[in-house]
Design a protein around this ligand. Structure first.
Ligand SMILES: [Cu+2]
Length: 313
């Protein structure tokens, strides 16, 4: 780009700044910070979660996971996956020892839009796309008036999904730009999704026709799939649906809409939880009738967590 075209591009911005200065001068109401040489307050973007295009892999990270900002700056947390997340700080009102408590804590926004580090509990509410039965927000903005270092986390995924926010005095140098964080976020997101698919393939290799894994999770990624999702068996075969590939606490179900058991009730595991979450961590069913039986996870079918059991007589 030639110097003259660069100057032309810059010209409108210069004009706009001059107009603004003139306007402030005319109104006589310059902001308190004007003239001190400090930069204007900025809003930084942080992505909440990440996912593969098919939604099979859900990442449990804030991107970036560490950020440096100035006093009076804000952070806008933006939903980046179908999975539910929160931005939380402090101690939740209810001990997060059950799914019901977790939901009660997560669903209720507390505090903000000005962050108060002395408050016992600050919570965004659930950051996610619109989800049936769950109050959600797409974005959540917090302004930081006090300097210090603050660690926020997602109450639904625990302390391992966290972001460290360094708030520096105005005028102090900041190590990175938004463009840097965006580049890092992109690279880290690709990395997490690659790891998630690797976890999926590993889990598939351990699965068999009589042993279906219900999701998988390590410390960065979740696999929202039944593995295998299409299972061929003979009538009379017992299949175990197993949660043990999930290292963290996540609920799933194995729910058949059209297959009925004794008493005409449809076959449903109810909420399954990994051992760490108190279980029950598996569900077994003996398939008598020939046919192809479709089933879903009631929590994650919108992410494609569905399967079929094909039974031959
Ligand atoms: Cu599920």
């Amino acid at each position: 780009m030639s110097p003259s075209s660069r100057a032309r591009l810059r010209a409108p911005a210069v004009v706009a700044t001059a107009l603004l200065t003139l306007l402030i001068g005319l109104l006589g109401t310059a902001p308190a910070q004007a003239g001190t040489g400090s930069a204007a307050a900025r809003t930084w973007n942080v992505l909440v979660g990440e996912q593969s295009k098919d939604m099979a892999i859900q990442g449990m990270r804030f991107l970036p996971g560490e950020i440096w900002i100035h006093q009076a700056d804000s952070i806008r947390f933006v939903s980046n996956s179908a999975e539910l997340h929160t931005v939380s700080y402090g101690k939740p009102p209810l001990p997060p020892t059950s799914i019901a408590n977790l939901e009660a804590d997560a669903f209720k926004p507390v505090g903000g839009p000005l962050f108060d580090p002395k408050a016992r509990w600050t919570n965004s509410g659930v950051i996610a796309p619109p989800t049936p039965g769950v109050p959600t927000v797409r974005t959540y903005q917090l302004k930081f008036a006090e300097s210090g270092t603050f660690t926020f986390y997602c109450i639904l995924h625990g302390q391992m999904m966290n972001i460290v926010v360094h708030v520096r005095h105005q005028g102090a140098p900041l190590p990175h730009s938004q463009a840097y964080y965006d580049r890092r976020a992109h690279a880290e997101s690709r990395h997490i999704i690659r790891d998630g698919y690797a976890l999926m393939h590993e889990t598939m290799e351990r699965a068999s026709a009589t042993h279906v894994f219900v999701g998988a999770m390590d410390d960065t990624a979740m696999v929202m799939r039944f593995m295998p999702s299409l299972d061929h068996i003979r009538a009379g075969t017992t299949v175990t649906f197993d949660m043990s590939a999930n290292q963290g606490v996540v609920p799933h179900t194995v729910t058949f809409a059209k297959l009925t058991g004794p008493g005409g009730k449809h076959v449903d595991s109810g909420t399954l939880l990994p051992k760490a979450g108190g279980g029950p961590d598996h569900f077994t069913w003996t398939f008598g009738k020939a046919g192809t039986w479709h089933y879903i996870c009631e929590f994650h079918d919108d992410m494609g967590m569905v399967g079929d059991i094909a039974v031959r007589s």
